[in-house]
Design a protein around this ligand. Structure first.
Ligand code: CTP
Length: 428
């Protein structure tokens, strides 16, 4: 018997999104196109996990459906003929509907024509052809991602489970659909581990058995594809167990020989959830996790990993700086505050933050913390403008004078405006 999830859908989705789905589904019905939500949203719906993002798959021409919706409700359509996909900007719909206007987070929806995919050679990007909903379901990675809920007309809420996805969800199993799956797309090995650790599931034995052959193909993945998978992994709550499992399945070394995961890395990553109560530029959860994971690599190794993964320049510079700083940490023990600041001003603050988390308890760690919370903000009251007023010729001298004043504040040699003024006089 067909399982119907209409109540569950109605309970899970906020009214503005249901309203949106109804409009799209009614239009699809009028055009006689079955329409489904497929994939992650349905998986999470069945698991009782909140999810708001859905992929709408139309058995028919998604671009024609998008234009038809746009002529009724407005909104710009961006179509990709080659892939049979269309994006509609729905901000106008939001404004005009009393229900929909409560949800400003959704600015567009994607409509995808159901399709089949074939791979010309292992690890290649797929060749896409229009196909039935069955084809669209069969092109996917794991059984738990093949569930679809139909939305049009009287079919609203009907669950379609062609490949035993529900059974695997209940048994908590990650299973590929066919034995070439990892060869076609080696990123799926990383996705399998991500789902396994996220949901506390197990990868099926037959699926695990496919890893050894596909492991060699990781090398063929572009920098962008493999880095994207690692970015997703570093955003997961159970990041440490996830990386440990990847190491156990020997899936880190095939990306780059310098990538590994051990107890020390686990301890560092356990600190990734501390967020500072002060602001640090570029400190995102994923950036911090990258730094804490790779901080023990040498600068040379980081350069080499960057050649494989193509980090953003902000992250690459921060990785190199963190590794540098961690290696030179012991030299910070006996420095005066002004000497610490001279050195630390050269490092991105989010590298310093990562090193302060990774460093062992002691004077150096304290100095990094002091720099972040206090020292970096300490500035003299005198400005370049004041020096000009005093008749000093603008030039590199300004920098020197202002630094001498700042250093005096940092080292406790001046403590108020008057003392700064007398120091300034003595310098001049
Ligand atoms: N997919 C796939 N192979 C990939 C990537 C994606 O088969 N290498 C399919 C999966 O069926 C997945 C769907 O495309 O359900 C959408 O992919 P994505 O948005 O990455 O995943 P979600 O299912 O939304 O899961 P997540 O919660 O991880 O975002």
């Amino acid at each position: 018997m067909t399982r119907v999830l209409d109540d569950l859908l109605r309970k899970t989705l906020p009214e503005p999104r249901l309203d949106l789905i109804r409009r799209v589904a009614d239009e699809a019905s009028a055009l006689k196109m079955p329409i489904y939500i497929v994939g992650g949203f349905v998986r999470d719906l069945v698991l009782g996990r909140d999810g708001l993002d859905f992929d709408l798959v139309v058995e028919g021409n998604a671009i024609a459906l998008a234009h038809s919706l746009a002529s009724k409700y407005g909104g710009k359509v961006t179509a990709h003929e080659k892939f049979g996909t269309a994006k509609i900007d729905i901000r106008e719909w939001m404004l005009e509907s009393s229900k929909a206007n409560e949800d400003y987070s959704l600015v567009s929806i994607d409509l995808i024509s159901s399709r089949s995919e074939t791979y010309k050679h292992p690890a290649a990007l797929p060749t896409v052809k229009m196909g039935s909903i069955e084809d669209d379901i069969r092109r996917r990675d794991f059984t738990i991602n093949t569930l679809a809920v139909r939305l049009d007309g009287p079919h609203f809420g009907e669950l379609r489970d062609d490949l035993g996805g529900l059974d695997d969800l209940e048994k908590k199993i990650i299973r590929v659909l066919h034995e070439r799956s990892f060869n076609d797309d080696p990123t799926r090995m990383y996705r399998a581990v991500r789902y396994e650790q996220r949901y506390g599931f197990k990868i099926a034995d037959e699926t695990l058995a496919l890893i050894p052959e596909a492991r060699a193909l990781v090398d063929k993945l572009s920098a962008q594809r493999i880095r994207h998978e690692l970015d997703l992994i570093l955003e997961e709550p159970h990041v440490a167990s996830l990386l440990a499992r990847l190491a156990e399945l020997d899936l880190l070394k095939p990306i780059h020989a310098a990538l590994s995961f051990d107890d020390a890395a686990r301890q560092r990553l356990d600190k990734a959830n501390f967020s500072p109560d002060y602001s640090v530029q570029h400190l995102t959860p994923a950036n911090l996790r990258w730094l804490l994971w790779l901080i023990n690599l040498s600068e040379k190794q980081i350069e080499s990993v960057n050649k494989r993964l193509h980090f953003t320049s902000i992250l690459y510079n921060a990785l190199a700086a963190s590794s540098n700083l961690l290696f030179s940490l012991s030299s910070f023990v006996d420095l005066k505050p002004s000497q610490c600041v001279t050195q630390l001003d050269e490092f991105p603050p989010f590298s310093i933050y990562a090193v302060s988390l990774a460093a062992p308890t002691g004077k150096s760690k304290e100095n990094l913390e002091k720099y972040l919370t206090e020292w970096r903000h300490i500035k003299p009251k005198t400005t370049g403008h004041d020096l000009k007023k005093l008749g000093i010729e603008p030039g590199p001298k300004y920098q020197e004078i202002l630094w001498t004043l700042r250093a005096a504040w940092l080292d406790g040699k001046v403590a108020n405006g008057q003392e700064e003024e007398s120091l300034l006089k003595s310098i001049l």
